[in-house]
Design a protein. Sequence first.
Length: 292
Amino acid sequence: MKTTKWVIVILLALITSGFLYFYHGKIARESIIFFPIDDSVTFDKASTSLQFAGKKDDDEYIIEWDVTSLTNKEIFLRQDISLLFSDGKLVETLSEWEDQSQKLAQYKKITGEDSSHYQAISLHYGEIHLENDLIRSTQRMSRDHLYVIDSEFTDLFSFKRPHTDEEQEWKDILDKVTEQHLEYSWNQLVEYYKIDETKYERIPFIELERYNSDPILGLSKAKTQEVIGSLWEGLYKNYFLGLKTKEGKVIEPIGSTMPLILIAKNYSHIVILIQAENGLPFKFIQNISVSY
């Protein structure tokens, strides 16, 4: 009888241990939390790359998408996430994490069709555990883009920057298509939520990468990094992992518009506007503390 009891106790312990391992692993994968920046941990490399890989068949082509990062030392948790947009719509995401690591590398082949402008932006993130239970973080963004021209009037080709009149013409056309699509969706969202845009600075999501070094409005560099880190934390939870409705339903973000970031000129808050593929509007608000 005693032996049976001990077997049961051991089995329960193993089950509990396995559950806790799964639980903590799930939390690590499904949360990015901003902590004060630790300047001693930096990124030796942080890159996002989109490269044209050639024709797949008569109707499709292949793009190679690489996301790589390397910190200057091994830290408690490394996580990279990346979002790929085509003509202003989210088409794919990447995510990778590792405990006690320095380097992360992700690679994916994307199938496309028709002429498109592809844009990818990534967050490279690290969580650092110090003595006395102090937790800090490090972060950096990277991005890349690629124009792919797939038309019956010309051979299949790609470029990042136009070097010929033909490439410039295609760039202008695809930029206009993306701009019109996004402006239409964003204006609908602004009108729906009755937002006075004169009180905000408008930043397309893909442009966030420039704030690796540039300050936002009149904020300090340190405050800018805090705002960016908190912004990614919210976007990861409420966008990357799924758009959550008021009824608690989670909608796949693929097919949604590129988020529009509206930063209040009085530094009080940030508004994030997104339209799901089915047309549903979403608004998220992130408060900014007044000290900076």
